[in-house]
Design a protein around this ligand. Structure first.
Ligand code: SAM
Length: 290
């Protein structure tokens, strides 16, 4: 079989057949461009050995492509009105499992254990943009065995994930993503590739999970507390930002001394520190905390 969706005409036909109404609150923008779909599938590098987790299959457009390429697909969709449609559009495929639930409530780790014997899965999705960060951080921080995440996100969010120190988009999300994975923007995708058209530009980004973290961190939670505190008060110096934070709870002179040790000068701002420097600062302050 071959994918039947991915163009405007067949998408409209399915939507009318089932009298489907788009739900804004679920971030529903369906792909209607076969070139974009092929690009996503090829960037994800899927083979018949892979299990793919798809988040938000919609009417099953990308799911059809995934089912062709992968050994097995598990697709989690929150909107119960899409379930009968998916039964129809995916009826040709016996390697797809649809789960009608909120992805943020599903035990993904348990699912991967059960369906793939705990071997890492590839996540591929045209994400609902209102929960991009919780989905991605949930996968990384929840210790889900994931080899890569290839997803459509808001263009601006893709830029934030990929950028480094000194850039205006650099922040806590950049550092969190780069601690766990190597980001690569695959393509920019304009609004006319979706139905209905989103108000923002989109991009496909692939996050390839590091085999081991690129930096040695004594306490991950502490490092991310420091990172968040550093970017919470962007206009302040790093020393002020950290000493104002109730999460950090160390005297200012101790904090300043640790910052100076990085060779950055005491009036440096958080946005100029690399992941390596945040790790060094975090390890130093963790030791001072005793
Ligand atoms: N994959 C389809 C496509 O590319 O045409 C649809 C993508 S659309 C941007 C996002 C999908 O995620 C919608 O089908 C929406 O109903 C679903 N969704 C939204 N919130 C969700 C949640 N919390 N859990 C699971 N699916 C969700």
């Amino acid at each position: 079989s071959k994918p039947t969706l991915g163009n405007p005409q067949n998408t409209i036909e399915i939507l009318q057949k089932y009298h489907f109404n788009f739900q804004k609150k679920f971030g529903q923008n369906f792909l209607i461009d076969t070139h974009v779909l092929e690009k996503i599938i090829s960037a994800a590098g899927i083979t018949k050995d892979d299990m793919v987790l798809e988040i938000g299959p919609g009417i099953g457009t990308m799911t059809q492509y995934l089912a062709e390429a992968a050994g097995k697909v598990a697709a989690v969709e929150i909107d119960k009105n899409l379930i009968p449609i998916l039964e129809d559009t995916l009826s040709e495929y016996d390697n797809v499992m649809v789960i009608n639930d909120d992805v943020l409530k599903v035990d993904i780790r348990g699912l991967v254990e059960k369906e793939n014997g705990g071997r890492p899965v590839k996540v591929v999705a045209n994400l609902p943009y209102y929960i991009t960060t919780p989905i991605i951080m949930g996968l990384f921080e929840g210790n889900v065995p994931v080899e890569s995440i290839t997803v459509m996100v808001q263009k601006e969010v893709a830029d934030r994930m990929q950028t480094g120190p000194g850039n205006k988009d650099y922040g806590a999300l950049s550092l969190a993503v780069q601690y766990y994975a190597d980001p690569y923007i695959v393509a920019n995708v304009p609004p006319n590739c979706f139905m209905p058209r989103p108000k923002v530009g989109s991009a496909v980004i692939r996050l390839t999970r590091h085999a081991a973290p690129p930096v040695k961190v004594d306490n991950e939670k502490w490092m991310f507390d420091i990172i968040r505190a550093s970017f919470n008060q962007r206009r302040k110096t790093l020393a002020n930002g950290l000493s104002n934070s109730d999460k950090i709870d160390l005297p200012k002179d101790v904090i300043t001394e640790a910052i100076v040790k990085l060779g950055k000068g005491e009036s440096v701002r958080g946005e100029s520190l690399s992941l390596e420097e945040f790790a060094a600062l975090s390890n130093d302050l963790w030791e001072k905390k005793g």
